[in-house]
Design a protein around this ligand. Sequence first.
Ligand code: SAM
Length: 363
Amino acid sequence: MSHGAAQPLASRLSYAQCWEDWRVLCDALEVGPGDRVLSVASAGCNSMALALRGAEVVGIDLSPPQIALCELKLAGAFLSYERFLALLGLAPGAPLEVYAELEPRLSPSSQSFWQAHPQLLVQGLLGAGRFEHYLATFTRRVLPLIHRRAAIRGLIDAKSPEDQRAWYDLHWSTWRWRGLFRVFFSRWVMARLGRSPEQFAQVQGAVADRILTRCDQVLGGQALDANPYVQWILEGAWRSIEHTHPYLTRQGHAGLAQAAERISWVQSSLEAHLPSCPPGHYTAFNLSNIGEYLPTPVWESLYAGLLEAAAPGARIATWNLFVPRACPPALADRVQRHPARSAALLAQDRVPFYGAFVLETVR
Ligand SMILES: C[S@@+](CC[C@H](N)C(=O)[O-])C[C@H]1O[C@@H](n2cnc3c(N)ncnc32)[C@H](O)[C@@H]1O
C-alpha cells in the first residue's frame, strides 16, 4: 500500500459519483482524438467524459471496489438506455437482473465484488458510495433542520444572479446554516462519516470554514438550475439527467460503446503505475486530488515520475481540497503554470468544495 489512506480506500466503495466538475476537467485538458490520458478513475464519470471526447484513457484507481464500479458503468454501454438507467437506479427496473446480464463482461475481481455486495445495486448505485451516504445524511437529516423546501427551491430557481445573491444573503446564509454546516462538515464528522481519518493525515487545521467559503461562492453566485452537484446535495436528486454527467445523457450513452474501446481500467496506485509507462507517453493527466493523501516527499517523487511519462505539452489537472498540491518547486522549470486560467476554471467549478484547481503544462 502506497499511503495511509490507501487501505480504507481499497476496502470499500467510497465514491459512486465523481465529485470533481467534469466540465472544468474537459475545459482544462482540451483532449480529443490522438490524446492519451491518465485519469484517476474514482467513480469513472470523468474518465468516461474524456473518452467521449475522443481521447484514449487509462482510468486508474488503487481501489478494487472503485474499479468494479467503473467496469460496471462502462459495461452499461451495451444496454438499452432505459436498462442502463435502471442499472444505475435512475429509472424503474430490476438492477440485479440487469447486472446479471452484464456480469460476463466484468473482470473476475469485479464480479466477486458485486456478488458480495448486491445491496449496493438494489439501494441505487449512484448513491452507494460512503461519500454519497454522508451527503445523503446531510440532505435528509441536517438540511431539513436548517431550511424548508421552499428555501431550497428559491435558491435553485432564482431568476437572476442578483435575485440569487439576495436570496442567499437574506434567506440562506443564516446562523443556523453556518452553525450546523460547520459541525457536519467538520474534520471530525467528515473523517468518521464521509471519508476516513487517514484521508486527513496531511491536512493542517480546521476544514469546515474552507468549504463554507466555497459554498458561499457557488450557492450565492453560480446558476444552479443546471448544477448537478449542488442539486444532488440539496435535493438528493437531479432536476434533469441531460444536465448531469456526459455518460448519463441519452447522447452520451449512445457514444459510450465506441468510447469503451478507448478506455482501460487499471487497478493500481499512480505511484506504482508511472514507472512502468513508456517515457513521454501521456498527453494529459487528471489527478483528481490524490496529492491530498500523500506526504510531500511521496508527492514529489510521484510528480517526477509523471513528468517522465508525460509528452511535451501534456496538460495536468489537479484539484486541491484542503492540501496545496501542484508541481513541486524542485521541478518547477519543467512545467508552465497557468494561475489566471486555473483561477478562472475554479470560479466556474460547480462542486462547492475545492480550495484550488491547478492547471499545468509540461514544457
Ligand atoms: C483522490 S479520491 C478524491 C475524491 C474526492 N475528490 C474527495 O476529495 O473526497 C478519488 C479516487 O482516487 C483514488 N486514489 C487515491 N489515491 C490514489 C493513488 N495514489 N493512486 C491511484 N488512485 C488513488 C481513490 O481510491 C478514489 O477512488
